[in-house]
Design a protein around this ligand. Structure first.
Ligand code: GCB
Length: 611
């Protein structure tokens, strides 16, 4: 009975969520081209392990002394010697550089998991009849945002952007922005508290104050469809959003026009001109695209390409492509990463993929990576697999959790749908098969399909070995365009490396397959005859043998071995080889190449030459 009830609740709570209900109220697509103020820099902070600043329930007075978000100059109050006193002072707190995770900012915060308040004071120009927004690129994991003492919004989910309208709360002149950041993950968060990476807390990506006119372009998107049309839409918000002429100019090609409907929305449909150059990893052509309407203009740099599957092939611009990739965590090079993806840091990582490994593809695991990384993938010419952290296990039976996943997915798709590099949306990673889990993932796949029918859907599935044959026994496969599996034979389990090339695989003949992961740990510089795990030789030999196995799978159309560089994982506690690091990188944390790097680079060099 309980099961039936749960299934019913589930059907109402999620099957019933229409894609349009998942559209964030504000997107500010292409806001990088708007008049804006970067709020990066030194912020002050105050730890709040007991969440006192958030829990002033029923006006219990003692707590109000601790509400860090109050618009109060504590030092001035104190010098007046009044009756009020406070047990915080955000103006005189310690400082931290934002964006960046707090874990690397101070030794005391290395394993801090909870709430921290951040404050930044800034001077703003007047809004002058227009609108002002705060756009956060990512806060991990929950954000409580106050401007000048007034709550302006909240957000859950550590890797997607959110936009808050602050037109009324903003002052011309001095402003006090306070953000409570709660890094706590639980059984209902996405991901949960168990992952194989560091759940860095903080304001990990840039925050901007963005100005726009009263009627403004909130969303503007274009994609090249396989039928040769460039299709998309422009959405206006504001008092004059209806019946406006919209102009879309792609580089120096002839501009197209459309008119918004009563809801402020205009569909764009242009037959791609013969002169349109296609985007590809070899020739990552980006057009400067200008969207104008109602006196507002935004610009984006957009590439045009098609992606499709046909039988066992993945077709990029109509031609078969093999994805020469690697998986990547969002961590810059260096002994103490803080998830601070500056352009320089992201470029350094992608440069190793493109020019070191001769790759044309990256799996950005296990969550949406920074906008900087995505824009660089467009610019440098790397195809992208994108995913949200529905990882290992989440609360499959809980409709509220599914709603979170669908919303997170929508935020990702709306953020990145102008990126030509993104070709695959993944709906999960290594989630053990069960009815509830498959229902959950199926709802995610349907959601992706309705939000973005122009890209491919995949998921990193688990394989099973029965009677010596490895196969995918997963009903979710029916929802996917591209099958993908994580395989660790030769690392986890008892298989000897010599046996890998002869392992038997049974796979559908008419579906493309990707090895979304394979890998083995090696501590850079630890060497012996190769018989022992954690040596560079073992890892290199593991790659040779796994690549030999891969060569025997006729439908294999790509791979993203695990992983480009060593990354922090608090669950990896071998005191000699790991010390809190997952060592499956082809590069050490500081960027030193291990022997296996060259094994994969050579394989990709040959593949690229024969493609
Ligand atoms: C996996 C996970 C990845 C882990 C990796 C490992 O299958 O998807 O997040 O880090 O294995 O190292 O075991």
């Amino acid at each position: 009975m309980r099961r039936l009830l749960l299934a019913l609740l589930f059907a109402i709570g999620c099957g019933g969520v229409a894609a349009q209900d998942l559209r964030p109220a504000l997107l500010l697509t292409a806001s990088q081209s708007r008049d804006s103020q970067d709020l990066s820099g030194q912020w002050t902070y105050s730890k709040d392990l007991y969440r006192t600043g958030l829990t002033d329930i029923n006006g219990w007075v003692a707590k109000s002394r601790m509400q860090r978000y109050r618009d109060i100059n504590v030092a001035a109050e104190e010098s007046r010697g009044g009756a009020g006193f406070y047990e915080f002072d955000m103006d005189r707190g310690p400082q931290m550089s934002i964006p960046g995770a707090w874990n690397a900012a101070d030794a005391e915060l290395r394993y801090y998991d909870g709430l921290i308040w951040f404050q930044r004071k800034f001077n703003a120009k007047p809004v002058n009849g227009g609108r002002a927004f705060l756009r956060f690129e990512a806060v991990n994991y929950r954000a409580y945002v106050y401007l000048n003492g007034k709550e302006v919004g909240r957000h859950e989910g550590g890797f997607t952007p959110f936009v808050l309208d602050v037109t009324d709360a903003l002052r011309a002149g001095d402003n006090r922005l306070t953000v409570g950041v709660d890094s706590t993950h639980d059984a209902q968060s996405i991901p949960t508290f168990i992952t194989d990476w560091d759940l860095y807390g903080g304001i990990t990506r840039p925050v901007r104050l963005v100005y726009a006119p009263a009627t403004f372009i909130d969303d503007a998107t274009l994609t090249l469809r396989t039928d040769g049309h460039i299709a998309g839409e422009v959405r206006l918000q504001g008092p004059k959003a209806a019946r406006q002429q919209v102009t879309v100019a792609i580089g120096s090609l002839a501009p197209a026009t459309a008119t918004t409907d009563e809801a402020g929305r205009a569909a764009i449909d242009i037959k791609a001109p013969a002169a349109l150059e296609r985007w590809s990893p070899e020739s990552p052509k980006l057009y400067d695209v200008r969207f104008s309407a109602a006196g507002d203009t935004v610009r984006d740099r957009i590439g045009f390409r098609t992606i499709a599957v046909k039988g066992g092939e993945i077709l990029l611009n109509g031609k078969p492509v093999f994805l020469r990739g690697i998986s990547l965590h969002e961590e810059e090079f260096g002994p103490n990463p803080a998830r601070n993806m500056t352009e320089q840091a992201a470029r350094a990582l992608l440069h190793e993929v493109k020019h070191g490994l001769h790759g044309n593809y990256v799996r950005l695991s296990h969550y949406p990576h920074s906008e900087t990384t995505l824009r660089l993938a467009d610019e440098m010419g790397l195809l992208v697999w994108s995913e949200i952290p529905v990882y290992w296990s989440v609360d499959w039976e809980n409709p509220a959790v599914l709603r979170k996943a669908l919303a997170m997915q929508a935020e990702t798709i709306y953020r990145d749908r102008n990126r030509a590099s993104v070709v695959l949306w993944s709906v999960g990673n290594e989630t053990p098969v069960s009815e509830a889990r498959t229902r959950f993932h199926s709802a995610m796949a349907d959601n992706v399909r309705s939000l973005d029918p122009t890209r491919l859907i995949s998921a990193a599935l688990l394989v099973e070995r029965k009677d010596g044959v490895t196969a995918i026994h997963d009903p979710l496969a029916n929802k996917l365009d591209v099958l993908a599996v994580n395989t660790y034979a030769g690392w986890y389990g008892d298989d000897k490396l010599e046996s890998l090339p002869d392992l038997k695989w049974q796979l559908p003949a008419d579906r493309p397959l990707i090895f979304s992961e394979f890998g083995a740990d090696a501590l850079a510089g630890y060497r012996n005859d190769g018989a022992r795990k954690f040596t560079e030789e073992y890892q290199a030999e593991y790659y040779r043998k796994t690549l030999a196995m891969a060569g025997k799978i006729p439908t294999l159309r790509g791979m993203s071995p695990w992983v480009l560089k060593d990354f922090r994982s608090p669950r990896r506690e071998h005191p000699v080889f790991q010390n809190g690091w997952n060592r499956k990188g082809l590069l050490s944390e500081t960027g030193v190449r291990k022997e296996a790097f060259e094994v994969l680079a050579e394989y990709y060099r040959n593949r690229a030459a024969s493609q």
